[in-house]
Design a protein around this ligand. Sequence first.
Ligand code: THU
Length: 128
Amino acid sequence: MQTNSEHLLKLAYEAAKNAYAPYSKFHVGACVLYSDGSTYTGCNVENSSYGLSICAERNAISSAVANGKHCGLVAIAIYSPNADLCFPCGACRQWLAEFSKDAKIIVRDKEGIKEFSIQELLPHSFSL
Ligand code: THU
């Protein structure tokens, strides 16, 4: 399906405004797109017990799953106002690989929008 990367990045940008990141002060927003055109956003949510924090990407995927989306993940856009380029962390890559073998990862740097496949970012991902 067609992905409007600019639009998805805008939704990720909006989601980043809701980040709860009093410890790192690093705000992240993510927006996932599904094959029926639906989108779900997430932001990072930190905790004083740092390890309990959750990334924006997994928050967005969790929101989608909570709304019944177990398949059809097409793309994810990720944005942080605190970085030139915000790639998903390793844990989030594994989460993406769980839900799609060919998800598109959309990020933006100073030069413009860049797109990667989950295969590029996490080759040989773990699966059962
Ligand atoms: N973070 C994300 O939300 N996504 C990533 O892919 C990398 C890191 C968050 C976690 C933490 O709240 C903050 O950024 C600093 O690591």
